[in-house]
Design a protein around this ligand. Structure first.
Ligand code: GLU
Length: 278
């Protein structure tokens, strides 16, 4: 029996899609096609302050224009907050998560005082019970962070955390670089890494195909998979598409959007070819 092949494209509706997104989506789609596998779409919209329904509608339209088809229903993260809460509960119950009351300002000040101005990954510890009770009674908001120290102790180190990557081969995950990552934000009750590992498992993803910019994220996600007893997919981190100026496409640089490209009269076929797909 051949191994099932299930991959996904997981955009965040925080803006319009550009060529970089198209390249990533087409890479995953082509791989699924070649393997006779499945291609799923997931809307990563937990950040209610930045996500907008019109961007979600636009990305569905843009991907369809590009010629992609995907399975229904599309998973939308904001519909599953209770599911992420269960995963967070598991980590809390195992003593792997702690409340962090630091404000953005405090965190920024800490990062600035780091040598060479390089932000240090945050590592902390739970507040002593009495102090925490005071903060809670005062109604101060808090995030939940993963305790790397507790995780390391529970697993006896991270040497068993490996993952297969198409480019890098067998990779030894080093989650310590990221510090005590936020599992649940103050405002939404979940954060990126936790939602992704839960969803990749629930959607039965066997191949995570995404840009190289998320390679470091995989190290953390690999740790979360073990802590939550979830399977580890195979990873393919594709090189990032660069524009004529040699810089990668990014929303913040106002990269030309797929809608603008389309409005300029470029056909989906031309764009697909330009990106290396037939
Ligand atoms: N939602 C993430 C993004 O837009 C992608 C997450 C992933 O592929 O794991 O960059």
């Amino acid at each position: 029996m051949t191994r099932p092949f299930v991959t996904r494209f997981a955009p965040s509706p925080t803006g319009y899609l550009h060529r970089g997104h198209a390249y990533s989506a087409l890479t995953a789609y082509a791989a699924a096609r070649a393997a006779n596998g499945r291609f799923l779409l997931r809307i990563e919209d937990i950040d209610a302050t930045r996500c907008r329904p019109e961007y979600e509608a636009a990305l569905l339209e843009d991907l369809a224009w590009l010629g992609l088809t995907w399975e229904s229903p599309v998973r939308r993260q904001s519909d599953h907050l209770a599911t992420y809460e269960v995963a967070l509960d598991t980590l809390r119950a195992a003593g792997l998560a702690y409340r962090c009351f630091r404000t953005r300002k405090e965190l920024a000040a800490q990062a600035q005082s780091a040598p060479h101005g390089l932000p240090l990954p945050f590592t902390g510890a739970p507040l002593p019970a009495e102090e925490e009770a005071i903060q809670l009674a005062a109604g101060r908001p808090y995030a939940w962070r993963l305790s790397l120290a507790a995780a390391q102790q529970q697993l006896g180190g991270f040497s068993n955390l490996t993952f297969q990557d198409h480019t890098h081969g067998l990779v030894q995950a080093d989650p310590a670089n990221a510090g005590d990552i936020v599992l649940a934000r103050k405002d939404v009750g979940v954060a990126y890494h936790l939602a992704v590992v839960v969803d990749d498992a629930l959607q039965g993803i066997t191949e995570v195909i995404r840009g190289e910019d998320l390679f470091e994220a995989t190290h953390i996600q690999r740790l979360l998979q073990t802590l939550l007893d979830l399977p580890t997919p195979t990873y393919r981190h594709h090189p990032l598409l660069v524009g004529p100026n040699g810089k990668r496409y990014a929303k913040r640089d106002r990269a030309q959007t797929l809608r603008e490209i389309r409005a300029a009269g470029v056909t989906a076929e031309t764009l697909r070819r330009e990106l290396g797909f037939s």
